[in-house]
Design a protein around this ligand. Structure first.
Ligand SMILES: *Cc1c(COP(=O)(O)O)cnc(C)c1O
Length: 365
C-alpha cells in the first residue's frame, strides 16, 4: 500500500490541523533493563509493610462507582500538606500537565499569547500549540537566570494572557531570583502561573504570596516527590479564576485509585520527606563528582536533576555511549539553542548515581 498518496493519508492531511501535523508526540524512550535517570522520578519504593497497608486501604475502592467528583477529602489533605492559604481555591488535574491544558483551554482565542522562557518546560509550548494559543519564549541569560528587561519588554509587546514560570526551572534546575519574578507578576496584564513541580527539592515557594496578587496562580504536582504513577497535580489561586478553569475540567478526572492512594501517601508523608532529603544530599555528591570531570560545565540545581554541558559536538555520542552502558539520561542537545551540547541526569539511588558516573568516565575517556 502506498502510504504517502493513499486516499486515507490525503484525508488525514486535509482534516488534521496543520499545527498538529507539525508536532511530534511526546516521546518516552523504552527504559527496560536500564538504570533510569531520565524522567525526574523518585527512585525509591516503599517498604513491604507500607505497601501492605496501602493495598489494605484500596479495599475500600468502589470501582463500580464514579469517584468523588470534587475529591474533597484529598483536597483538604493537600491544602494542609502544601500550606495552601485558606482563602485560595484548589483545582486538581490528572498530573499538572492537565492543569496547564485546562488553563489554556479556558484562555485560548485568536491572537492570545502564552509567554514563558527558553529553555523552559516543553509542555507550555506544546499545549499552547494544540489549544490554539500563540507561544512566545523569552531567552534566559547564559547562567539561566531571568533576563528581567527582556521579559518586561516581551510583556509590553505581546500582552500575554498567561505567563508560565517553572520555579525551579526545568530543564535548567535553578530558581529564578524572587525579585525578577515579582517584577514579572507586577507587569503582567494577565495571569502568572508559578509551576512548583520541584518544590520538594527547593524549599522556596510563592504559595504564601497568593493573597498578595490577584493574577498569581501556584501549581504543584506529586509526581516528582515520589508519586509519578498516580498522575495528580494541583493548582491554587483565587476562586474566581479556578471556578472558570473548573468548567473545562472533564468530570471525574481524578480516579478512585489515585484519590485513595494519594490520601494514603500524604498520611505517610514522612516516608516521602525522608526520600526527598536523601535525594537532596545525593544531588550534592553527584554535583561535586560531575564537577571533577574535565571539560564539563555543571549547572547548580535546586531540583532532583542536574543539567551539564559536554564538549561541543559530543552530546549525542556521550548519550548513546551511556545508553550502551545501560544508563538512560536525557539528551537535550537536539532541542538546540542554549541547550546545545547539554545532557540532564536525574538524581537516583547512590548506587545508580555511581553507575552513571563510572559509565560517564568510560564514555568520556
Ligand atoms: C514534570 C513537570 C511537570 C508535570 O508534572 P505532572 O504532574 O507529572 O504532569 C510540570 N511542570 C514541570 C516544570 C515539570 O518538570
Amino acid at each position: 500500500m502506498n502510504k504517502e498518496n493513499s486516499p486515507l493519508s490525503e484525508q488525514v492531511a486535509k482534516l488534521i490541523r496543520p499545527e498538529i501535523q507539525a508536532l511530534s508526540s511526546y516521546h518516552v524512550p523504552d527504559a527496560s533493563g536500564m538504570i533510569k535517570l531520565d524522567a525526574m522520578e523518585n527512585p525509591y519504593s516503599w517498604t513491604e509493610e507500607l505497601v501492605a497497608q496501602w493495598l489494605d486501604t484500596l479495599r475500600q475502592a468502589e470501582l463500580n462507582r464514579y469517584p468523588d467528583a470534587a475529591a474533597s477529602r484529598l483536597k483538604q489533605q493537600l491544602r494542609l500538606s502544601m500550606a495552601v492559604p485558606e482563602d485560595a481555591a484548589i483545582l486538581l488535574g490528572n498530573g499538572s500537565d492537565e492543569i496547564i491544558q485546562m488553563i489554556m483551554l479556558a484562555l485560548a482565542a485568536a491572537g492570545r499569547v502564552v509567554l514563558s522562557v527558553e529553555p523552559g518546560f516543553v509542555m507550555y509550548n506544546m499545549i499552547a500549540t494544540f489549544t490554539g494559543m500563540q507561544y512566545v519564549g523569552v531567552p534566559l541569560q547564559d547562567d539561566f537566570s531571568l533576563q528581567r528587561q527582556a521579559m518586561l519588554a516581551a510583556i509590553r509587546q505581546h500582552r500575554p494572557a498567561v505567563i508560565f514560570l517553572a520555579y525551579p526551572n526545568n530543564p535548567t534546575g535553578n530558581l529564578f531570583a524572587r525579585s525578577d519574578i515579582e517584577a514579572v507578576i507586577a507587569a503582567a496584564p494577565g495571569l502568572v502561573v508559578i509551576d512548583e513541580a520541584y518544590h520538594a527539592f527547593a524549599g522556596d515557594s510563592f504559595m504564601s504570596q497568593l493573597g498578595a496578587y490577584d493574577n498569581l496562580l501556584v501549581m504543584r504536582t506529586v509526581s516528582k516527590m515520589g508519586l509519578a504513577g498516580l498522575r495528580l497535580g494541583l493548582l491554587a489561586g483565587h476562586p474566581q479564576w479556578l471556578n472558570e478553569f473548573d468548567k473545562v475540567r472533564l468530570p471525574y478526572n481524578i480516579n478512585v485509585l489515585t484519590q485513595l492512594s494519594a490520601e494514603f501517601a500524604l498520611q505517610h508523608h514522612a516516608v516521602l520527606d525522608a526520600q526527598t532529603e536523601a535525594i537532596k544530599k545525593d544531588r550534592q555528591t553527584l554535583f561535586r563528582e560531575l564537577q571533577k570531570f574535565d571539560g564539563l560545565t555543571v549547572y547548580p540545581s535546586d531540583a532532583n536533576f542536574i543539567l551539564f554541558r559536554v564538549p561541543a559536538g559530543r552530546a549525542d555520542a556521550i548519550f548513546a555511549g551511556l545508553k550502551a552502558e545501560k544508563v538512560l539520561i536525557k539528551n537535550l542537545h537536539k532541542a538546540g539553542g542554549m541547550l546545545q551540547d547539554c545532557l540532564r541526569v536525574t538524581v537516583g539511588k547512590p548506587q545508580e548515581n555511581a553507575a552513571f558516573l563510572s559509565a560517564l568516565k568510560k564514555v568520556l575517556a
